[in-house]
Write a protein that binds this ligand. Sequence first.
Ligand SMILES: C[S@@+](CC[C@H](N)C(=O)[O-])C[C@H]1O[C@@H](n2cnc3c(N)ncnc32)[C@H](O)[C@@H]1O
Length: 209
Amino acid sequence: MTRDHWDRRYAGSDRVWSAEPNVFVAGEAADLPAGRALDLATGEGRNAVWLAERGWRVTAVDFSEVGLAKARREADGRGVAVDWIHADLLEYEPPARAFELVLYVYLHLPAEERRAVLRRAADALAPGGTLLVVGHDLTNVQHGWGGPQDPAVLFTPDDVVAELPGLEIERAERVIRHVVTDDDEADAIDALVRARRPERSASGYGRPP
Ligand SMILES: C[S@@+](CC[C@H](N)C(=O)[O-])C[C@H]1O[C@@H](n2cnc3c(N)ncnc32)[C@H](O)[C@@H]1O
């Protein structure tokens, strides 16, 4: 979907996503000590703001100005600072080895583009840092609720793992997200991968003493 599409979507509604963080982000980040976090495709900033409230120094990127304006307002209202970056992730180069946590959450791109952005996400991890990828699983189209219906932008945990050479895979599985709407309840099937950059990489360079 294009930048214009997302701008229109965010402009057309008070809040597209929840104010609370994604359930898997909250669960997986809960046991991590606060450090520097990078939220790719932050949208309205729900995960970035939640992390900032927990003491993380957060950089958050999205190509929708309208989404970022809402995110900024939310952060201001909750009294936290986030470094908001307006950029297209197909061009944005995050600093290498700079973050203890990188989020790639519900960003659905065609396979080639996903590969490129995932590689840069992995490169941005500091030694010991965690990459969390969450998205609608490929099987969600047929067996789950909501999300993009084009299989070309969906992925499985194995698809993601294949793009993360050099990282330790801590979790790679399909997970169920129970969704309650105004008039319905349903299960969505998500793909979740949690990966970690080893403290000392094959090149021999690790975290400085
Ligand atoms: C489904 S929303 C997810 C938002 C957020 N991660 C969350 O979980 O609340 C997908 C977001 O990806 C952003 N996006 C899609 N393609 C992008 C690109 N090429 N560069 C930057 N942002 C992009 C959209 O603007 C949108 O905010």
